[in-house]
Ligand binder design. Structure first.
Ligand SMILES: Cc1cc2nc3c(=O)[nH]c(=O)nc-3n(C[C@H](O)[C@H](O)[C@H](O)COP(=O)(O)OP(=O)(O)OC[C@H]3O[C@@H](n4cnc5c(N)ncnc54)[C@H](O)[C@@H]3O)c2cc1C
Length: 371
């Protein structure tokens, strides 16, 4: 391969890289998307439970999730390839204490008895508070990713699959050379969207990598079409098909550590029994895991790590599918500002006041296609 030249080389075709590529392509930026495996299949995106909810103890993450969800809700206006990957099923969040501030205006708050579909929880003795978000739901993350990339290809983005990036260099003039196992690319900017891959490679300060287990269970007696996040049991249930659910476990590992399937399955079962009661028949039918990159405050990172040419977009901290469309818009904006010389580093808290409410408004208006 000879060195192809682009405005931006995006490394990693998970939801973050895919969303960024599309936003850049919409603005006429010449982009290469380079992926060591295949689109949406290499990292956390491949296995994501895809729950989309807005409530979050951190008001910033709540705003970001609202922005991401609104973009998903307006799929037909986004002009993205294929049918919507989003199922607006509603989401329940169970809490043991009185809910605090929630920015989601559509959230209904009550007790189990106020929600007839939660009848199967009525035997629980703990005093549960329920938050119900009717506009939330779940998304097929791989299909989302594939649709974003296909739309980017239609706008001229070149996609290089099975192309492993082994390093990059920035020249004194700020131009970047990205080296892969089969040749190199040159670009004005590079965007590192390699999920756990990059953090592991560079040991980036303030970031860490851990696995996220995904346990598939069968519980034939449970009729559930709506994801439940149970804060008390630290788990979730996400309907997959009749009587079959994804659920979580708190047994994770770091790279290099053994993946103990049995411990993960047992922990998942223990937590589910807290949700459903001891007598419900539950069978584990699969246990899997993928790595994701985390930041210490669980907020995603979008930052030029060298001040000008290398944008890091990552640390989606196990929650990234719900706000991937929003972070793609914000990261594209940073790159485009930087290429036109109008870039000013802002802190996330500035976004709560300015950029995120704007994204929510844009998603609700007819002008979204060009945003
Ligand atoms: C089991 C599980 C359940 C989850 N559940 C939810 C949920 O319910 N709701 C939610 O919102 N989020 C959830 N998440 C989190 C969400 O899926 C992730 O935060 C998000 O998918 C991360 O996307 P990404 O694009 O940053 O990274 P990834 O999807 O990991 O993509 C990174 C890509 O970079 C590629 N790459 C890495 N290194 C290189 C290299 N050197 N050269 C070229 N390419 C490279 C990888 O192959 C990969 O395709 C879950 C994640 C997991 C694993």
């Amino acid at each position: 391969m000879t060195a192809h030249h682009y405005d931006v080389v995006v490394i990693g075709a998970g939801v973050a890289g895919a969303s960024l590529c599309l936003q850049l392509a919409r603005q006429g930026v010449r982009v290469a998307l380079v992926e060591k495996g295949t689109v949406g299949a290499g990292g956390a995106t491949a296995l994501s439970g895809g729950i989309v909810r807005v409530h979050d103890p951190d008001p910033f993450l709540s705003s970001l999730s609202a922005a991401g969800r609104n973009l998903l809700l307006n799929w037909s206006k986004l002009g993205v390839e294929g049918p919507s990957p989003y199922t607006k099923s509603g989401v329940y969040w169970l809490k043991s204490d009185q809910p605090g501030r929630s920015i989601a205006t559509d959230t209904r708050v009550g007790r189990v008895a106020d929600f007839p579909r939660l009848n199967f929880l009525r035997e629980r003795s703990d005093p549960l508070h329920v938050l119900y978000e009717p506009d939330s739901g779940y998304v097929d993350a791989r299909r989302l990713c594939a649709s974003l990339v296909q739309s980017a290809i239609n706008l001229g983005v070149d996609v290089y699959e099975n192309t492993h990036v082994v390093g990059y260099e920035v020249s004194t003039s700020g131009e970047v050379t990205v080296r892969t196992h089969s040749g190199s690319f040159t670009a004005h900017k590079v965007a590192l969207c390699a999920g756990a891959g990059f953090v592991q490679m560079t040991r980036m300060e303030g970031a860490y990598v851990r696995s996220i287990p995904l346990v598939t269970v069968r519980a034939n007696s449970v009729r559930l079409e709506t994801p439940i996040i149970d804060e008390t049991a630290s788990t979730y249930m996400r309907p997959l098909r009749s009587g079959v659910f994804f659920c979580g476990s708190q047994k994770w590992s770091v790279p290099g550590e053994e993946f103990d399937r049995k411990a993960v399955a047992n922990d998942a079962l223990k937590r589910l029994r807290l949700v459903l009661g001891r007598n419900v028949d539950i069978e584990v039918i699969n246990v899997d895991q993928k790595y994701d990159a985390y930041s210490h405050d669980l907020r995603p990172v979008i930052r030029f790590i060298d001040g000008k040419s290398v944008l890091f977009l990552g640390c989606l901290s196990g929650r990234g599918v719900k706000y991937s469309l929003a972070v793609g818009v914000l990261a594209a904006r940073k790159l485009i500002q930087s290429m036109s010389g109008h870039y000013q580093e802002s802190v996330w808290d500035d976004c709560i006041g300015e950029e995120l409410p704007m994204l929510v408004t844009q998603a609700n208006s007819d002008e979204m296609v060009d945003a």
